[in-house]
Ligand binder design. Sequence first.
Ligand code: IMP
Length: 185
Amino acid sequence: MAEDFPVSWAPGVRVLFGQATLAARVAELGSRIGADYAGQPLTVLCVLKGASLFTADLVRAIALPLQLEFLGVASYGSGTTSSGEVRITSDTGTPLHDRDVLVVEDIVDTGLTLRFLLQALAARGCRSVRTCALLDKPSRRVEPVTVDYTGFVVEDRFLVGYGLDLDEQWRNLPFVGVLESAPPS
Ligand code: IMP
């Protein structure tokens, strides 16, 4: 299949989940979320920047009226190692008090970011909070967090594309890939 081949400008990236695979899984998640939140007001909280592409596709697969909010967090200094420090880099435009919030993450790795977010949302008085992650790396977990909707469980490899970055590069790859060799400088 054409989707199994890397794009010419990212030769060191091997395709793990191609466009058709991603689209099919996003459609499944959207349909499950739509069924679970039927008749309930829903606020989708996109965690920037990594979940931006996933969220854009996911919300279009949820056949319900919903509100979309964005929260910027940073958990990585640079490279592929977590700093362990999580901070909010840009806040939502409106208060989340009394809202039914679905937090959308790109990937849950150590779980530190999601734990931080769940604590922050609890302090803001959300009516309910559930979590959705495109990717889950359970072997790396430090904080035991619950992911209510998971796209794919993955091994401990550093992934890029479809929103995921390495030092702010590769977010715009249309697939999720494994970085197999260092990118040309
Ligand atoms: P955690 O706090 O360790 O769970 O990490 C969460 C964040 O780390 C994610 O939202 C990503 O931004 C980043 N991250 C973790 N693993 C990867 C990866 O394989 N590729 C790109 N970013 C990652």
